[in-house]
Write a protein of this length. Structure first.
Length: 520
């Protein structure tokens, strides 16, 4: 995972050792800096006070995580197992029989909730663990007296006190109560957060969970993000005397390690770097190189330890601070991104920027930390800085475009994506940027331009499922049924993980079949 993140440091280390000058750290990463970008000003990212909205939960998940909430919205997607598993050309009755015979084909009941009936699914809120009627197999195998599961009800239940399965369909206005979490007890998970269902009032149908009190959660205006504390003065260690012979041996081992590394002989490079630090314990460049090669080999703990040592010996070297910060960030993300504070990673990256404000990688990872902590304005500022410092790097463009689209700053999102497509050369990244641009056009109902953007995405990466689905949907809504059928069939055949998109694609294919049957 870290190879792409840390690769630049290896060749830089080799170049720095080649000279006979006093020991210095690696030079900043080189990149084409003559590209001019025109990014939008960073907005305020204000959210109103009042009733809790889906948008509040979607963009400020940290603020509400673990809380019981009651939120108003509209059903933008209702999971339908029969529609999900139904194959092209298969009748609904045949699909229902397959489900009756094998209920494991179905996912757990769920719905998506948006602030409007047309909220895109990627900006909607998952509502999971929704009660459902007993399926045919359960009705056959379980006596009625044993059917007392709290998340299920009898089909056609007449007793109002036992009517716990909510009626709902797409477009319904509802109020839903539940616990906002990252994961449900049944292993439904979403890193952006989901609502574990407890009760519902369906305003459109005049129904409410028996005995439930559903008063909307009220929120104050979004609190101002806490100001990060100032960095403490750097502690500069006192150098320990070293003999010329020990220093020379250490640098020789370091050079040997770099030669081995250039040939991708990791074990040989690691051994040489260890000899270098054994010969001279204050060879900070050898500690840095050792840390990088340990990370490249997948030895994360050893890599972080070595980089920490390099930073302690030479805290004024900005590249040590950058990569030590990145390494700490990656380790924290792997451990538990929801629980970590990223304090150590943040301190190293902030020190790197304080030493050299042009380090795009430090800005990028500071943006990722701010994003994980729901500090949207700071996130946008750091991603924007990363783009300005290295306009050829794709990651900051993609992250910033996603952030703006998530907050409904569609114009800003499109401008960032357009800048990215003009400056980035990676085909995979261009596919993601064109997909972002297409979703912006689609949000503005500019379907021809959306289709063109999705086509560019698929030209860059044919196996981009989201762009395939989005283009098929755009073709469908623009009336180009031939091309819609082609894209949607290809998408469904691939069996993507996104249940919403699968079901929507299947429904559109069924509509297309019906239109053909009626000669339309």
């Amino acid at each position: 995972m870290r190879l792409s993140i840390l690769a630049a440091g290896f060749t830089i280390a080799a170049a720095a050792v080649a000279s006979a000058q006093p020991l210095r750290g690696p030079a900043p990463e080189e990149y084409q800096s003559d590209v001019k970008v025109d990014l939008p000003p960073v907005p305020q990212f204000d959210l109103p006070a009042g009733a809790l909205s889906v948008k509040h939960l979607h963009v400020e998940s940290k603020r509400f995580l673990g809380q019981h909430v009651v939120v108003h919205g509209f059903v933008t997607f209702a999971y339908d197992c029969v529609a999900d598993v139904r194959k092209p050309g298969e009748t609904e009755r045949a699909a229902q029989k397959r489900v009756d015979d094998d209920p494991t084909l179905c996912e757990r009941a769920k719905l998506y909730l948006g602030d409007t009936a047309t909220t895109p699914h990627d900006q909607s809120l998952w509502v999971v663990d929704v009660p459902r009627p007993y399926n045919k197999l359960e009705l056959t195998r379980m006596a009625k007296a044993d059917r007392t599961m709290p998340d299920r009800c009898e089909p056609g239940e007449k007793d109002p006190a036992k009517q716990i399965c909510p009626p709902y369909r797409e477009g319904d206005e509802v109020v839903v109560a539940g616990t906002f979490a990252l994961k449900s007890s049944h292993a439904e998970a979403n890193s952006d957060g989901l609502l574990v269902y407890e009760a519902m009032r369906n305003v459109s149908r005049g129904w409410q969970t028996p005995g439930a009190k559903l008063e909307l959660t009220q929120v104050t205006a979004r609190p101002v993000a806490a100001t990060l504390p100032p960095l403490a003065p750097l502690a500069r260690p006192h150098p320990t005397p070293v003999t010329p012979d020990a220093r020379a041996r250490s640098l020789d081992y370091l050079a040997n390690g770099n030669r081995a590394l250039s040939g991708n002989r990791l074990d040989e490079a690691r051994a040489a770097y260890k000899l270098a630090v054994d010969a001279w314990r204050e060879d900070h460049l050898a500690w840095y190189a050792l840390g990088m090669v340990e990370l490249k080999a997948g030895h994360d703990a050893d890599g972080v330890t070595a980089l920490d040592r390099a930073v302690s010996l030479a805290p004024d070297e900005p590249m040590y601070q950058v990569f030590d910060g990145v390494a700490h960030y990656e380790r924290d993300v792997q451990a538990d991104p929801a629980a970590t504070s990223f304090d150590v990673a943040s301190e190293h990256l902030r020190r790197a920027v304080a030493l050299d404000s042009h380090l795009w990688r430090a800005h990028y990872f500071l943006g990722r930390i701010a994003r994980a902590q729901d500090r949207a304005r700071e996130t946008a500022a750091e991603f924007s800085a990363a783009i300005r410092e290295n306009p050829r790097e794709a990651g900051p463009y993609i992250a910033l475009a996603e952030l703006y689209r998530r907050w409904d700053y569609i114009d800003e999102s499109m401008l960032v994506a357009q800048q990215g497509t003009a400056n980035v050369t990676s085909s995979s990244a261009l596919a993601d940027l064109d997909d972002e641009l297409g979703m912006g056009f689609e949000a503005k109902q500019r379907l021809p331009q959306a289709i063109e953007a999705y086509t560019h995405a698929l030209d860059a990466r044919a196996d981009h499922p989201q762009a395939r689905f989005q283009r098929g949907q755009a073709y469908f809504h623009s009336g180009d049924l031939v091309h819609a059928k082609r894209d949607l069939e290809d998408f469904v055949k691939a069996r993507p993980a996104d249940a919403f998109a699968r079901t929507q694609a299947t429904k559109m294919l069924m509509d297309l079949a019906a239109k053909r049957a009626h000669g339309r």
